[in-house]
Design a protein around this ligand. Structure first.
Ligand code: ZN
Ligand code: ZN
Ligand code: FE
Length: 765
């Protein structure tokens, strides 16, 4: 029998996911000799045996890898046989010229949960139980390859029992880098009034929560501020201390049975909740439960997640009540991850602390998703998802894209991958900017990428734009400024794997983005490819008196829109009632003389104005609050719609909101119910997109419609638009992998910049 030897190289997410033990098992099964190891490019394997065995081994490797692995490629090379015996897992090799992917953090697996609850197991109720199939990854890794010395577990030498598991290729914990037990691993402690409290830290935490206290709990990617979600006073206290007026809090629930008691949850939503990424899923709240209204005031939805660490599981089982679990941060700043920092800066917010001594190397907030018809819609792509790469349909040079300002993320792209960072926060202060810079440096080091260009938003005053300019100057690389809405549309194109030659009709509806004409855009129809776009339609620019400050006061915007539409400020209109007489006087003068007024074609603002006119929301305390509350009013039934109008200017369509505004005002005068008006407004926007798509198909021959921008987080418009466009034979691209809001912007910037650089390169040739 002829003996052969082959060298295999496996790339993708193949480290920290039990890949080497899997290979070891395969080798035993097929009786091949050789070795397997990790290096910074992935996994390398040499196998020797008869040809049939080697073929079977390779087939299995490709067809049934371990559940958490994501194999990108397997290359096979024949090399001379060496007459080896046995199969070995060899030490990791450090190489500086390449990269591999890092697994996201993963929820506790069923095997570990079973042990956690087994009184006979040596890890019974141990809050840090994990194995190769679960546990922390991204958040504890300093560098690659993924090995214990390169993680924050390096400071916990394994006990003999743990070491045996770690060394045994047949064991579920073979080379599980965060492997630990109560004898050798991290521990929890309870701290109140600056003092460590003796006793069972978990029992003390449960008692504090049951007494209505707020406890800062260290988790996987940072601290949560927790309190009993049925305890209205505790939540009110938390809102007061955090300075968070209305913004919804996420709630952690023990299990699906508890979720079903509080929220509508269909089978797909249940599956989303149970995914190993364990995102927060936005679910419609059930009426008349004991969940405090203050959890998500004025919001028809509540963000729910299931426990994702062993500590969470124990906590939720012991307290057996839903817990508010909101990011432990000082308002507007990044989530806190270190004990010392928490003890200092969360002291004014928390009554007590549940700490542990496994350090979090990089922070990672919880992810948020919604279920739409037949797929998930990311709202915040973070823990569990980052840094899973988006596969690109083309090769790109190494690039860094820095995103926008709100919901900041960055993207590093190289070869055929785009790696989008976790959510960092709104880039409005130094703390967030610092966190952004640190994380970008960490990613570039971890993935060993030296960017050849940097992409940013066109907005000259975004902190991210300035950061990009400084970075580019220091590195001597070019900056590519990408128009905001073009980036949004390019992001959804890239997700769907469109090629460089393809173009789409893109509806980009959001709050704010800097236009190429220096005005604020946000209700845009773009004919776009990656390299270029044409603004073929837009919402009639409307005055925003006082610019960004008006955004906090929808009543003020409503008055400005009425003024522009030539509709009188009748005292029966809710926004007129909400605007003090003196402010009305000043506002009128501002509008007449065009003082400190910026013009915007924003669709987000039109939703704000509708919410104000209908009487739903006059002032906001968090981004998009008015639009979110407006969506909660909309019904699924047919209530009619407002008339649509558009005009033509320089070859572009200008969508006129006047007819909608007039019809809305007439409805108010006729005492139409807010739910009917909200529904009609939503239907009008749905009709607008569907009718315009048809119009452009006739004029531009464009059959592919892409939907992006924060407005498309609204599933009340997204679902019917997609359904109707499909019914009319359109190909429709919506977000499934990255958010439609500015959290997905960096992906679009990266692909646009890649193509613009390519084109420049070609021009030179
Ligand atoms: Zn496990
Ligand atoms: Zn141990
Ligand atoms: Fe945007």
């Amino acid at each position: 029998m002829a003996i052969e030897r082959r060298r295999l190289r496996v790339t993708g997410i193949v480290q920290g996911v039990g890949f080497r033990p899997f290979v070891y098992g395969l080798a035993q099964q097929h009786q091949v000799s050789g070795f397997v190891g990790n290096d910074s490019r992935g996994v390398f394997i040499e196998i020797e045996g008869d040809r049939a065995a080697l073929d079977a081994f390779t087939d299995m490797l490709e067809s049934s890898p371990p559940p958490l692995a994501h194999v990108e490629s397997v290359s096979v090379q024949r090399i001379p046989a060496q007459n080896t015996n046995g199969f070995a897992i060899i030490a990791s090799q450090h190489q500086s010229d390449a990269r591999t992917f890092v697994s996201p953090d993963l929820c506790t697996c069923d095997d570990c949960l079973r042990e956690l609850h087994d009184p006979a197991d040596r890890r019974y109720r141990y809050p840090f139980i994990n194995c190769t199939n679960c546990g922390p990854r991204l958040t504890i890794i300093h560098g690659l390859p993924y090995d214990r010395p390169q993680t924050t577990m390096a400071v916990f030498p394994m006990c003999a029992a743990c070491q045996r598991e770690y060394d045994d290729p047949a064991n579920r914990r073979f080379h599980a880098q965060p492997n630990a037990c109560p004898d050798c691993g991290p521990q929890i402690e309870f701290v109140a009034k600056g003092q460590r409290v003796a006793g069972d830290a978990l029992a003390l935490t449960v008692a504090a929560l049951q007494a209505g206290q707020i406890v800062a709990i260290k988790g996987l990617g940072g601290f949560h501020l927790a309190c009993d979600a049925t305890h209205a006073d505790a939540i009110q206290q938390l809102r007061q201390r955090k300075g968070r007026v209305d913004k919804p809090f996420a709630v952690m629930m023990r299990d699906l049975a508890m979720v079903e008691a509080y929220a509508e949850c269909n089978a797909q939503e249940a599956a989303l909740l149970l995914r190993r990424e364990r995102p927060i899923v936005l679910l419609r709240r059930k009426p008349n439960t004991d969940l405090a209204e203050a959890v998500a005031p004025g919001n028809g939805y509540v963000g729910v997640m299931l426990p994702y660490t062993p500590l969470h599981s124990l906590l939720l089982e012991d307290i057996n009540a839903p817990l508010v679990m909101t990011s432990g941060n000082v308002s507007g700043e990044p989530i806190i991850k270190d004990n010392d920092d928490a003890l200092q800066r969360l002291a004014p917010l928390a009554d007590a602390f549940l700490l542990h001594n496994r350090d979090i190397h990089i922070r990672c907030d919880d992810s948020v998703v919604r279920w739409v018809a037949d797929h998930e819609l990311p709202i915040r792509r973070s823990r569990g998802y980052a840094p899973f790469p988006v596969r690109l349909p083309f090769e790109v040079a190494p690039l860094l894209a820095v995103g926008g300002e709100l919901k900041s993320t960055f993207c590093i792209a190289t070869e055929q991958h785009a790696i989008l960072s976790q959510h960092i926060g709104d880039m409005e202060n130094l703390e967030t900017l610092t966190a952004f810079g640190d994380l970008a440096a960490h990613y570039l080091r971890l993935f060993q990428i030296t960017p050849q260009a940097i992409a940013c938003d066109l907005h000259p005053r975004y902190l991210s734009t300035r950061w990009a300019q400084e970075f580019a100057a220091a590195q001597g690389i070019p900056v590519v400024s990408v128009q905001h809405h073009h980036a949004h549309i390019a992001a959804v194109m890239a997700e769907h794997g469109l090629s460089a030659e393809e173009s789409v009709l893109g509806f980009c509806f959001d709050g704010t983005g800097f236009g190429t004409d220096g005005t604020i855009w946000g209700g845009e129809v773009l004919q776009a490819s990656y390299a270029d776009f044409e603004r073929v339609g837009y919402l009639q620019p409307m005055p925003l008196p006082g610019g960004d400050s008006a955004v906090q006061r929808p009543y003020r915007m409503a008055l400005a829109y009425l003024w522009q539409a030539g509709i009188a400020w009748d005292a029966v209109l809710p926004p007129v009632q909400a605007c003090p007489a003196e402010e009305q006087r000043i506002l009128a003068r501002q509008l007449e003389r065009n003082l400190q007024t910026v013009m915007t074609s924003s669709m987000g603002r039109l939703f704000d104005v509708a919410a104000a006119l209908i009487g739903i929301r006059q002032q906001i305390s968090y981004e998009a609050q008015a639009a979110i509350e407006l969506e909660a009013y909309a019904l699924d039934t047919d209530q009619g719609a407002y008339p649509l109008e558009w005009t033509s200017q320089n070859g572009a369509l200008v969508i006129q909101p006047y007819a909608i505004l007039k019809a809305l005002v007439a409805d108010i005068a006729a005492h139409t119910s807010p739910t009917v008006m909200a529904t009609r407004f939503h239907t009008s926007i749905i009709n607008l997109v569907v009718q315009l798509s048809e119009h452009y198909r006739q004029h531009l021959g464009q059959n592919t419609v892409a939907l992006s921008g924060g407005v498309f987080q609204n599933i009340h418009i997204l679902k019917p638009i997609v359904a109707q466009l499909h019914a009319q034979g359109f190909r429709v691209l919506t977000h499934r992998t990255v958010p439609p809001n500015d959290g997905g912007l960096a992906l679009g910037q990266a692909v646009v910049a890649a193509h613009q650089l390519n084109n420049l390169g070609e021009d030179k040739n």
